[in-house]
Design a protein around this ligand. Structure first.
Ligand code: SF4
Length: 412
């Protein structure tokens, strides 16, 4: 039976650039979080220039979607002036929230912006209500609660605070306390606390004896190798009703480096889940349908994480160490062809005549169509082909007219 939930949490979605932001919005995000070119924890991503931040906020506000900026890197004394200059540069932009961790950033944001909504980042690792309420005194409206707490503790925290609590529900996990990790800096010179993580925890490890530098001993975890620090991906789809019922204010998806197809597919599934919860329809059948949809995205084996596991061995379980690709993402809408009056598709991965293509569009159930004909458009000519190759522009008559944000995928 479906649980009756009084208040539906906000769906908060990452966007690494303006293109993925549009997919996030069109597929049903209530709010997006984005990073500027400085002081955010994804410094290796595209990120947004000041002009792009303005464009992003305008795009979202026109569609009644909130925009939060991440300013959550560690701030060193020598960077304070640079932070002030950056805040001065962006102070005219009407952000709906500021995701921060460093006390300097919290303090300065309050100086440069009028009544800012301060959201405390996962980077702070708040694990109890005293911590949450302390940040309230510093001006926090919302706290992203540590992924490492148990569900019973979360329920107690919610009873003991009026601050909004945000929970990560989907995406990659750190094997250390969310981001508070020096592994990448030590091994690759890239500081995770400055947004440069090299994901060293996902690497394959050997045992080495100091006198034999070229002899790597296998430490056998399983037949695929030894990935002692690697973690599964978090997926709390099956627990969303419990979290919403407990009073969580926002469900956050991880992944500002992810592609438009990943964003479209995950946001589609979580939007659908929230709609089911709103209508008291989120039963076991719906959960399993949506988990199946999430299995179509590229992912590592999923886990319900520290919050719901009795025994955390599963987090390190090695079976899903490499990415699982049940479906291949084959194409995106790329405008309309005037001659045919049909959508042009930009091919991302090869597909062939005779295959069944699945079309995912915002707000609609995915549906499958058999490809009977592929028309390739090249140098103002068009010709029929049995195969579509990456970067081709093609027409597939069988799919008819599709939403400009449609994602095309094929099983296998
Ligand atoms: S190396 Fe792994 S555990 Fe450390 S910050 Fe990066 S992703 Fe997280």
């Amino acid at each position: 039976m479906a649980l009756h939930v009084k208040k539906i949490p906000e769906l908060l979605v990452p966007a690494g650039n303006i293109k993925t932001l549009k997919y996030a919005v069109e597929y049903g995000a209530d709010a997006v979080y984005i990073g500027g070119k400085k002081f955010n924890l994804r410094s290796l991503g595209d990120n947004f220039s000041v002009a792009e931040l303005e464009e992003a906020v305008d795009y979202c506000h026109l569609r009644k979607v909130k925009t939060y900026i991440t300013l959550n890197s560690v701030i060193f004394e020598s960077e304070i002036n640079e932070l002030k200059e950056y805040l001065n540069e962006i102070k005219h932009i009407k952000f709906d929230g500021f995701i921060t961790s460093d006390a300097a950033a919290i303090n300065l944001i309050k100086i440069y912006f009028k009544n800012p909504n301060i959201h405390i980042s996962t980077q702070v690792n708040i694990t109890n209500s005293i911590g949450v309420n302390l940040y309230k005194e510093l001006g926090a409206k919302r706290v992203n609660i540590a992924r490492e707490i148990k569900f019973n503790d979360l329920k107690e925290i919610l009873k003991n605070t009026t601050v909004e609590i945000e929970v990560f529900v989907h995406g990659a996990l750190c094997i250390s306390y969310s981001g508070r990790c020096m592994l990448s800096k030590y091994m690759a010179g890239r500081d995770a606390n400055k947004g440069q993580c090299a994901h060293s925890c996902r690497w394959k490890y050997y045992l080495l004896e100091e006198e034999r530098p070229n002899l790597f001993f296998n430490i056998v975890q399983d037949k695929k190798g030894t990935f002692i620090y690697n973690s599964r991906d978090l997926c709390l789809m099956s627990k969303l009703d419990l979290l919403a019922d407990a009073g969580v204010s926002a469900f956050k998806i991880e992944g500002r480096m992810k592609t438009e197809s990943y964003i479209a597919q995950t946001v589609w599934a979580y939007r659908k889940a929230l709609d089911y919860i709103k209508n008291d329809e989120f039963n076991d059948e719906k959960k399993s349908f949506l988990l199946n949809e999430l299995n179509k995205c590229t992912h590592r084996d999923y886990t319900v994480g520290f919050m719901f596991l009795d025994n955390c061995n599963e987090l390190e379980d090695n079976e899903g160490v490499s990415y699982i690709k049940n479906y291949r993402f084959v194409g995106l809408y790329n405008g309309i062809n005037e001659k045919y009056g049909l959508p042009l598709i930009l091919v991302k991965n090869q597909f062939k005549k005779g295959e069944n293509i699945e079309i995912l569009e915002p707000g609609k159930m995915p549906h499958e169509v058999r490809i009977n004909e592929i028309i390739v458009i090249k140098n103002n000519c068009d010709f029929v082909s049995d195969t579509a190759n990456p970067n081709d522009i093609v027409i597939i008559k069988d799919i008819g007219n599709i939403n400009p944000y449609a994602i095309l995928r094929i099983k296998g």
